[in-house]
Design a protein around this ligand. Structure first.
Ligand SMILES: Nc1ncnc2c1ncn2[C@@H]1O[C@H](COP(=O)(O)OP(=O)(O)OP(=O)(O)O)[C@@H](O)[C@H]1O
Length: 313
């Protein structure tokens, strides 16, 4: 394994009885990278992350985390990682400071190191003024920040976050993104699962798209978007099948597929020039165009293109 690879997943599969949740997945994450696992509900994200953080037993394949084998060195893996779960897992009867202190004790941190880290982390997540407030009396966003701080107590090499902003309001999501960026800039590798397109787009150096237990695409956000083409056209017609066959023949069209009653058309050329050609071709065949929209590719379009569906909430 090269030094720059901190997570190496090779031919990993996982089944819950008859349900094959993850199918022969392979990928690597580089040290220092902000990596996102993006996929709809039920895609297999939590199964992968829970295996990597040793909550689920390792089934098929080979995985190394921070250089440690996930089967042979589970304790070493645990010592190398921090975890922020999908659900809030804080003890509501502890104060903010006690939460961090207790976590340090569980991991056997010496007192000086622990106190130093608590003060650094309270500053990082801006909870200094809440240090002696009970968790029960914190807002949802503050709780999330405290969980991030707790995940960082032991200076993990990788911080794993499962849907870190689920259920948060837009402002608190933005704030959480800021903290995660800071953490990453301090050198911690981040492995995040999310089903929010914007979150993956804005934060990640690298994204793996997962659906039905398989990785269907990997790349930087820019690569994923530009791979779709220059422009995206959504078209609804009186006969989408016939229109699709027609449009495929038009030069510059790099992809076309049905999506929620419309056609998602990827154009390698300027969409504003391609669009009149499409409409004329449809008109000549007696196909009525009911609606049309033209836009630059976003992560939503990337997802629609590769899964043929919108994110399922
Ligand atoms: N304990 C379990 N027993 C049986 N099947 C399970 C169990 N946990 C998950 N599954 C199934 O495994 C598949 C993957 O689920 P998983 O929770 O990993 O997906 P996910 O992408 O994390 O979804 P979400 O975004 O909803 O958390 C789904 O089909 C799910 O129904």
């Amino acid at each position: 394994m090269s030094n720059s690879v901190i997570l190496d997943v090779s031919n990993f599969s996982f089944a819950y009885g008859d349900v094959q949740a993850v199918k022969n997945v392979s990928f690597t994450v580089k040290r220092g990278e902000f990596f996102s696992f993006l996929g709809p509900n039920g895609a297999g994200k939590t199964t992968v992350i829970n295996t990597l953080i040793t909550l689920l037993p390792m089934q098929e394949g080979t995985v190394t985390v921070a250089g440690y084998d996930l089967r042979a060195d589970r304790v070493k893996v645990r010592e190398s990682i921090g975890i922020v779960f999908q659900q809030i897992t804080l003890d509501k009867d502890m104060t903010v400071r006690e939460t961090l202190d207790f976590h340090g004790d569980i991991y056997g941190m010496d007192r000086d190191n622990k106190l130093q880290r608590i003060s650094e982390l309270l500053a990082l997540v801006e909870l200094e003024e809440k240090a002696d407030v009970l968790v029960n009396n914190l807002s949802g966003g503050m709780k999330r920040r405290l969980e991030i701080a707790r995940g960082l107590m032991t200076r993990p090499q990788i911080l794993f976050l499962d849907e870190p902003t689920i259920g948060l309001d837009p402002q608190t999501r933005q704030k959480t993104w800021e903290y995660l960026r800071m953490v990453n800039q301090e050198g911690t590798t981040i492995f995040m699962t999310t089903h929010y397109m914007d979150e993956a787009d804005i934060l990640s150096d690298s994204i793996a798209l997962i659906d039905h237990g398989e990785i269907i695409k990997r790349g930087t956000p820019d690569e994923l978007k530009s791979d779709l083409g220059k422009d995206i056209i959504y078209l609804e017609t009186s006969d989408n099948n016939a229109a699709s066959a027609l449009i495929q023949e038009i030069p510059g069209i790099s992809g076309i597929q049905p999506c929620d009653g419309k056609l998602l058309i990827c154009s390698g050329n300027d969409g504003a020039q391609v669009l009149p050609v499409i409409i004329r071709a449809a008109d000549e065949q007696g196909i009525m165009v009911r609606s049309v929209s033209l836009k630059k590719p976003t992560m939503d379009d990337v997802f629609m293109h590769y899964t043929g569906t919108e994110i399922r909430d």
